[in-house]
Design a protein around this ligand. Structure first.
Ligand code: ZN
Length: 285
């Protein structure tokens, strides 16, 4: 529609009433300039080329798990490492098409220690960090998509990505959450971790096995990232936590904020044996 407007304005300028247009030259040219600028802006926004002042030009893409670490829980059939890698590679293609530079923490089915993933992210500037995972739960009914962050800058990126996914993917919106995943906690870049659906849920596992679903997820994550480029990140604010309920498996650590985890819930989780309470004074980095 914007293109049609541009072409109609140029037709007018080359029309028969040349003297008339010369007379209003002073009025018409600025209007045309504004129109052309608006069209250029619209295309630049679409291509992800408009950048806010402290925005980014690179995305470090981190496909979860890999190699000897399949991800998820032992009982699940679809391995998380495989669908996470495929989704991440699709995201890489989409972002490169939009003019962004990308770095992958892994591009094949290999095991990459979390410390190496963090080091790869640390080596980059002018970048954001996006980790791609699929979720798992002992409850087969658990489903939906959620996006994690560990800082206020990550939180704004997480909100855009989550919204873009939910706008198009028909599933439960589990929202954005604060979490202390190792790769988020260690990352000084704006960082998010997207859980793209539950592989322990029969419906979502079947969806995750389709290329159409993985492409759709990648497209929506890319849309959120490209949109974020137009907005400045807030100044980095220190995170404040008085104590955390954490998974005993450090690789899979998720924090349940204290306000969501009342003491009876802690006791229950400790009884289950999977979680422990971690206070910052005792937390190793
Ligand atoms: Zn994972």
């Amino acid at each position: 529609m914007l293109l049609r407007l541009t072409s109609s304005s140029s037709k007018r300028s080359s029309g028969p009433g040349e003297n008339t247009f010369t007379k209003v030259h002073g009025m018409f040219i600025p209007f045309r300039q504004i129109l052309v600028t608006a069209v250029a802006f619209a295309f630049a926004v679409t291509a992800g080329q408009v950048r806010a002042e402290n925005s980014f030009s690179m995305v470090v893409i981190d496909p979860g798990h890999g190699g000897s670490d399949p991800g998820g829980i032992p009982s699940q059939i679809v391995p998380e490492k495989t669908v996470a890698l495929d989704t991440a590679l699709r995201l890489q293609t989409l972002l490169q098409r939009a003019g962004l530079r990308t770095v992958m923490t892994r591009s094949t089915d290999i095991f990459v220690p979390l410390s190496v993933r963090s080091a790869i992210a640390d080596a980059e500037h002018d970048a954001i960090f996006v980790s791609i995972h699929y979720n798992a739960s002992p409850r087969r009914s658990a489903h939906g998509i959620e996006t994690y962050s560990d800082s206020n800058r990550g939180a704004v990126l997480a909100a855009r990505i989550q919204q873009e996914i939910i706008d198009r993917v028909s599933t439960e919106n589990r929202g954005t959450r604060s979490a202390e995943f190792y790769v988020l906690r260690k990352c000084r870049l704006p960082a998010v971790l997207v859980e793209c659906g539950f592989l322990t849920n029969p419906t979502e596992a079947q969806l995750a096995l389709t290329t159409a679903y993985r492409e759709q997820i990648a497209e929506q994550i890319a849309a959120g990232i490209i949109e974020q480029r137009q907005f400045a990140f807030p100044s980095l604010a220190p995170t404040h936590r008085s104590g955390h309920l954490v998974h005993k498996n450090k690789k899979q650590r998720k924090i349940v904020d204290l306000e969501h985890a009342k003491p009876p819930f802690w006791a229950f989780c400790k009884f289950l044996g999977s979680y422990q309470i971690l206070f910052p004074a005792f937390a190793s980095s």
